[in-house]
Write a protein that binds this ligand. Structure first.
Ligand code: UD1
Ligand code: CA
Length: 458
């Protein structure tokens, strides 16, 4: 039988107190809605409808590359029941409809499959027992059969004591859903068409209602405010950290690790506290990442050591390199084996050959540094003339003295030396020593200004 998914995502998200639509708020670096859609697509539905509210542009723009979504505009927002009704005309008549909430991000495909399978000719809905059910729709049962859902705003004190809640996820054939949605009204405390009212209506018409247990609270919990979002973020991150540890990575504190993207790590990596991985990151075996590092879209070879507080973005780092502390590797950085990048060194579009070193306070931008070359403290490639970027090519086994200013475009050949404090603007040839600095002059018998004044007073 055909399956179509309807994701309700038009809610105003008032409780987030944000200019950003709620479903675009990130969890593990991706919008809530992206999580819901990923899971929905895993069921391979025939269609996936997403109901958005006005203005929908921001949400749509975010998913413009996703061709599997058919968008539905709900305007005005008249409640979840109305949102579902807006989507229905686009659904095939023989389809079973799975309704998901755009703000319930962590539901598992397996739970959804169970829900769809249980719908039959009636309604199946995912429920769960929560110690604190406040704010949520309560499941009403008689003789263990589900007879309705009462929203928190409309519940009596007695009903509020019920701990079984509605997760909002339900499945039913289109025909059943359509008939029931037509019967909804807005006579409730929020003046909305409640999707949840269809359950009571079904009961009255003899349509079967089946409850599916959601099992894990966080997997079926919604995000209405930033506190709930933070709770789900920690839950999700803990799951990722556990997975990493099972794969052989030592995580010093699984509650202080954030993975916002995809991380692949070899065995015996060690990840210290407060580390953030973003985008696609690949770690070889035995990589050590010190506290406070941020690593984004990068590949690190075996036994690379990243010392505390380093930022690595868009870099490819070969085995045995030592980075940091306080290093900043920017996109286009390529380090061959055993390169050392020390504190307060910044690289951008820079390649360093095997064993090259820049141990302190340097900027290497649009540069190639040959194997075995040593870049001294404070050495800077002046790659920008205010309009264009220029390259600096440094050969192998070169010695760049402290505080050298290398004005690009510039070539320094193999085995050359640059004296400390030099400003270098011309090619330095192989094995030459280049010195470009004012000569030192010593003035004998120099009288400092303070002393001069007392002399005048005499
Ligand atoms: C809803 C359920 C509640 C359930 C809870 C679970 C209703 C009436 N209540 O409450 O029983 O316990 O979810 O998290 O459904 N939406 C629209 N258009 C609208 C209004 C809402 O698309 O006009 C969408 C929202 O984007 C959201 C979903 O419907 O994804 C639920 O709306 P929300 O306002 O978040 O309802 P809750 O109070 O969380
Ligand atoms: Ca909600």
């Amino acid at each position: 039988m055909a399956l179509e998914v309807v994701v309700l995502a038009a809610g105003a998200g008032t409780r987030m107190r944000s200019r950003t639509p709620k479903v675009l708020h990130p969890l593990a670096g991706r919008p809530l809605l992206a999580h819901v859609l990923d899971t929905a697509f895993r069921l391979e539905p025939d269609q996936c409808h997403v109901v958005v509210g006005h203005p929908a542009n921001e949400v749509k723009a975010h998913f413009q590359d996703e061709s599997r979504i058919s968008w539905v505009l709900q305007e005005p927002r008249l409640g979840s029941g109305d949102a579902a009704a807006q989507a229905l005309p686009a659904v095939a008549d023989d389809a079973t409809v799975l309704v998901l909430l755009g703000d319930v991000p962590l539901v598992r495909a397996e739970t959804l499959s169970r829900c769809v399978a249980a719908a039959g000719d009636g309604i199946a809905l995912v429920t769960i027992d929560l110690p604190d059910p406040s704010g949520l729709g309560r499941i009403l049962r008689r003789d263990s059969r589900i007879t309705g859902i009462v929203e928190d705003a409309d519940a009596t004190a007695e009903q509020r004591a019920i701990t079984e809640i509605n997760t909002g996820i339900l499945a039913a054939p289109k025909a059943v859903l359509g008939t029931l949605l037509e019967t909804l009204d807005r006579n409730n405390n929020q003046g909305e068409y409640y999707l949840t009212d269809i359950v009571g209506k079904a009961e009255a018409r003899g349509i079967a209602v089946t409850g599916i247990d959601g099992h894990v609270p966080e997997e079926v919990m919604g995000v209405n405010d930033r506190v709930q979002l933070a709770h789900l973020e920690r839950y999700y991150q803990r799951g990722l950290a556990d997975e990493l540890m099972r794969q052989g990575v030592a995580v010093m504190d699984p509650s202080r690790l954030d993975i916002r993207g995809r991380l692949k790590a070899g065995r015996d990596c060690v990840v210290d506290v407060d580390v953030v991985f973003e985008g696609d990151v690949i770690l070889g075996e035995g990589v050590q990442v010190g506290p406070g590092c941020v690593i984004r879209n990068s590949t690190l070879g075996d036994a690379v050591e990243v010392q505390p507080m380093s930022c690595i973005d868009g870099a490819v780092i070969a085995a045995g390199c030592r980075i940091g502390p306080y290093a900043r590797l920017r996109p286009g950085t390529e380090l061959a084996e055993s390169v050392h990048i020390g504190n307060f060194v910044e690289t951008k579009k820079a390649s360093l050959g095997a064993g090259a070193k820049a141990n302190h306070l340097a900027y290497l931008g649009d540069a190639a540094v040959g194997a075995g070359t040593n870049v001294g403290a404070g050495a800077i490639t002046c790659n920008y003339d205010g309009v264009d970027k220029h390259r600096t090519e440094i050969g192998e086994n070169v010695f760049i003295g402290t505080n050298a200013t290398l004005v690009a475009p510039l070539t320094i050949d193999d085995e050359a030396y640059v004296g400390a404090g030099s400003t270098i603007t011309k090619t330095v040839e192989r094995e030459d020593l280049a010195i470009g600095r004012g000569r030192q002059r010593n003035i004998q018998g120099w009288t400092p200004p303070a002393k001069r004044r007392t002399d005048e007073g005499r």
